[in-house]
Design a protein around this ligand. Structure first.
Ligand code: GSH
Length: 219
């Protein structure tokens, strides 16, 4: 382990924070969960806004270092624990593709699926940050068809980010279920870390909904 500093993950179940927790499990490092009930709005309370002024999860604190934004969190944590082998080193030829996929996620994929979700007409290819939805999804499909992972034979932290993202975006119909996506999701989704965190998330969500219902009943 390259740091003994305490790790805290600011977390809500079945959100974009799920992947950050899966990554910590894959890194096999101890961490503390600071759970926020988003159904009662804890993420918008001053205590959490002091951590992330945008009121979004995930956020992770390692000692005195605070990181927000999924891509940044994956990059930081996988580099911090290189012995887990989930991040190609800076000098490794695979590093380019690795960081590229981490950034395509936040810079292109999320804007593309959010436009789709909001039923917003994207601009022309030179106006959007992702060219066009179809070109982005086709690039993803070609890469996953080659597989088995984004970097070919090598499994990295970027696969956790993308495997989980594809799961929720296909579930919401924001990405169509192409065979290459299904095969990739099955491959990533069968990992013990994802199974375990998803099962714990399902329990936590029920507790959060019950707490929100109780709050509503007394207000
Ligand atoms: N750009 C952020 C987005 C994170 C995000 O949207 N998180 C959602 C949960 S999936 C959230 O915290 N929503 C709470 C809210 O907006 O009130 C990232 O990639 O980490």
């Amino acid at each position: 382990m390259t740091t003994n500093a305490p790790i805290t993950l600011f977390y809500s179940p079945q959100t974009r924070a799920t992947g950050a927790r899966v990554l910590l499990e894959e890194l096999k490092v101890p961490y503390e969960l600071h759970v926020l009930n988003m159904k009662t709005g804890e993420q918008r309370q001053p205590a959490y806004l002091a951590i992330n002024p945008l009121g979004k999860v995930p956020a992770v604190r390692v000692g005195d270092t605070l990181v927000t934004e999924q891509g940044a969190i994956y990059l930081y944590l996988a580099d911090l624990f290189p012995e887990a082998g989930l991040a190609p080193a800076l000098t490794d030829p695979d590093r380019g593709a690795y960081v590229r996929w981490l950034f395509i996620y936040g810079s292109c994929f999320e804007p593309a699926v959010v436009d789709r979700y909001m039923k917003r007409e994207p601009g022309s290819m030179n106006e959007t940050p992702y060219a066009s939805y179809d070109s982005l999804i086709d690039l993803l499909e070609q890469t996953m068809k080659k597989g088995p992972y984004l970097l070919g034979e090598r499994f990295t932290a970027a696969d956790l980010l993308w495997g989980i993202a594809l799961r929720w975006t296909t579930m919401f119909g924001l990405v169509e279920e192409r065979p290459a996506f299904q095969a990739y999701m099955n491959r990533i989704g069968s990992r013990a870390s994802i199974q375990q965190v998803s099962a714990e998330d399902a329990v936590m969500v029920v507790e959060h909904e019950a707490a929100a219902a109780r709050l509503k009943a007394t207000s």
